[in-house]
Design a protein around this ligand. Structure first.
Ligand SMILES: [Ca+2]
Ligand SMILES: [Ca+2]
Ligand SMILES: [Ca+2]
Length: 451
C-alpha cells in the first residue's frame, strides 16, 4: 500500500505507522517515560535494500524520520553473501537523550537472527549491538550478513565461503555490522528483538540462489573490436566484502576450439544492496594471424586474444554452481553465449559488385549465374565443408568465381529468386550482414555449384 501524504512523502504502510508515531513525538515534545514495557510501544523494524544511514549517521539536522524515509524496504532477493541493513525504531530505548544508546546486546533483551541453516544472538555485552542513529533519535541501526555455508563456488577445489554463526565484537557497528548467520541455497532469515520480557518485534526476508547470465556486448564483431563479455551471477562474492576470487570463463571459436580460459572479477558497485550488483566482465580481442592467449593480468583487467577466421562463431562458457530450485545444492549448469565475427571477405565481394536497388546490379548477379563453375571450385567447396580450408580461403575462391576469372563450360545453374531478394534487402539495410552472408553461402553451395 502506498499513500501520498500532504507532507509530500510517499510512504508504505509500515512507514506510515512510524511517521505518525514520530509526528506524535515531535508534536508532543519529548517522551520522557520508557515505553518498552507498555502494551503498545510503537516499536517497528525495517529491512532496507540500501544503507539508510549513509552520510546521515549522527548528523545535526537529520531526524529519525529523515533516515526512515531514506530506507528502501526490501524483503526478498537476498543471497548467501548479502548484508541486510536493519532499522529498529524503539523510542523507549532512548534512555539518555544526550548519548548514543545501544540495544540488542543486553542478555535480557537480545537481538537474534535465524535462518534455515543458522542462528546468531547478540546477547552479551561484547557483541556489537544496534546503535542509535543520533543521541535523541530512538532509532537504532545495525546489519546482519548472511555467511553462506562452507562451499567451493568457483570450482577450483578450494572453499570460498565458510558459513558460521557469530556476533561481531570490538569492531565498528557501522562498518562491520552486528553479526552473521549461515545461509545456503534458499530460505528465510528472521531478525528478532526482545524489546520487553517475552515481547518481540520480528521481521523476515527471503534469500535464494539465482541462475547466472553471460552476455556479449554485441552480436557481431569486427576483427578490430574489443569484446566485452559480462558474467552476472548474483550469488558470487564481492571484494572488499569477501575474498577476491576469480570466476573462470572459457572462450573459444570455430577456428580455435580449445580457446582460452579467462578470469572474471567483480566490478565494484556499492549502490543499493551490493548483492544485486553482480557484474563480472572480461575483455578480449580477436586475431586472424596470432595464437590465442589468455590475459596474464591477475585481476582480470587485461585483454586476452582469441584466434578466429572471418565468419566464425565465438563462444563463452561459465559453470554456475549456485542454482535455484528445482536444482539441488550439488548441481551445476553450463551457461553459454555466442556471437559472430563479421565475414568481410564475402561482404567486400558483394560491395565490389555494388549490389543495390539498381537494375544493373541485378543483371550483375544474373551474369554471375551464367558463369561456369570450374572443377577446382567444387573441390574447394568439398574441402571447406570438411573443414580442411577456412572461410577466408573459401571466400577467396568465391571472389575468384565472381571475378569471372573462370573458364566457361557447360555447367550452368541459376540463382534462386530469394537469394536475389536477400541481396536487395541487404543493400537496403533490411537484413544483417550475417543473414546475407548465409544466403551467399547457400548460393555458392547450392545455387551455382552442384556437387
Ligand atoms: Ca540516546
Ligand atoms: Ca574455490
Ligand atoms: Ca548462481
Amino acid at each position: 500500500m502506498k499513500i501520498e501524504l500532504f507532507y509530500g512523502f510517499t510512504l508504505n504502510s509500515n512507514k506510515i505507522i512510524i511517521f505518525f508515531i514520530l509526528s506524535t513525538v515531535f508534536i508532543s515534545g519529548t517522551i520522557t517515560t520508557t515505553v518498552h514495557a507498555t502494551e503498545n510501544p510503537g516499536i517497528l523494524m525495517l529491512f532496507c535494500g540500501n544503507n539508510p544511514i549513509n552520510n546521515k549517521y549522527n548528523v545535526d539536522g537529520i531526524s529519525a524520520g529523515n533516515i526512515i524515509e531514506g530506507c528502501k524496504e526490501r524483503l526478498d532477493g537476498y543471497s548467501w553473501g548479502s548484508r541486510i541493513y536493519i532499522l529498529i525504531y524503539a523510542p523507549g530505548w532512548n534512555t539518555d537523550p544526550h548519548k548514543l544508546d545501544i540495544i540488542g546486546n543486553n542478555p535480557d533483551n537480545p537481538i537474534t537472527a535465524r535462518s534455515r541453516e543458522g542462528y546468531m544472538s547478540l546477547e552479551g555485552d561484547e557483541c556489537n549491538g544496534f546503535i542509535e542513529t543520533a543521541p535523541d533519535h530512538g532509532l537504532f541501526f545495525g546489519s546482519v550478513k548472511l555467511s553462506g555455508v562452507r562451499m567451493d563456488i568457483n570450482g577450483d577445489g578450494r572453499p570460498d565461503v565458510f558459513g558460521g554463526n557469530r556476533c561481531h565484537k570490538g569492531n565498528s557497528i557501522i562498518d562491520d555490522g552486528s553479526g552473521r548467520v549461515e545461509a545456503k541455497q534458499e530460505g528465510g532469515v528472521t531478525v528478532s528483538f526482545e524489546y520487553s520480557k517475552d515481547k518481540f518485534i520480528t521481521k523476515s526476508a527471503l534469500y535464494s540462489w539465482r541462475e547466472a547470465t553471460l552476455e556479449f556486448d554485441k552480436t557481431e564483431y569486427e576483427i578490430t573490436d574489443e569484446i566485452v563479455l559480462t558474467l552476472t551471477d548474483l550469488d558470487n562474492l564481492r571484494w572488499p566484502f569477501d575474498d577476491k576470487i576469480p570466476y573462470e570463463i572459457h572462450i573459444y571459436s570455430d577456428t580455435d576450439t580449445a580457446g582460452i580460459l579467462m578470469d572474471a572479477y567483480w566490478i565494484p558497485n556499492y549502490k543499493g544492496i551490493v548483492q544485486m550488483n553482480g557484474h563480472y566482465p572480461i575483455k578480449f580481442n580477436l586475431t586472424y594471424e596470432d595464437e590465442s592467449e589468455a590475459s596474464s593480468n591477475p585481476f582480470g583487467e587485461g585483454s586476452g586474444l582469441l584466434r578466429v577466421s572471418p565468419g566464425d562463431a565465438i563462444y563463452a562458457k561459465y559453470v554456475d554452481r549456485t542454482l535455484p530450485r528445482p536444482n539441488g545444492v550439488n548441481d551445476d549448469k553450463k551457461i553459454l553465449a555466442s556471437a559472430t565475427v563479421i565475414n568481410h571477405s564475402i561482404v567486400k565481394i558483394l560491395e565490389e559488385y555494388q549490389i543495390s536497388e539498381s537494375v544493373n546490379d541485378v543483371k550483375q548477379i544474373q551474369n554471375i549465374s551464367q558463369n561456369i563453375v570450374p572443377d577446382w571450385i567444387e573441390e574447394d567447396t568439398v574441402l571447406w565443408l570438411d573443414g580442411k580450408i577456412n572461410d577466408y580461403e573459401f571466400a577467396k575462391c568465391v571472389r575468384h568465381l565472381l571475378d569471372k576469372k573462370t573458364s566457361h563450360d557447360s555447367n550452368t545453374t541459376s540463382i534462386p529468386i530469394w537469394v536475389k531478394n536477400n541481396a536487395e534487402w541487404w543493400s537496403e539495410g533490411k537484413i544483417t550482414n550475417v543473414e546475407f552472408t548465409n544466403s551467399m553461402e547457400y548460393l555458392v553451395l547450392t545455387g551455382i555449384i552442384t556437387i
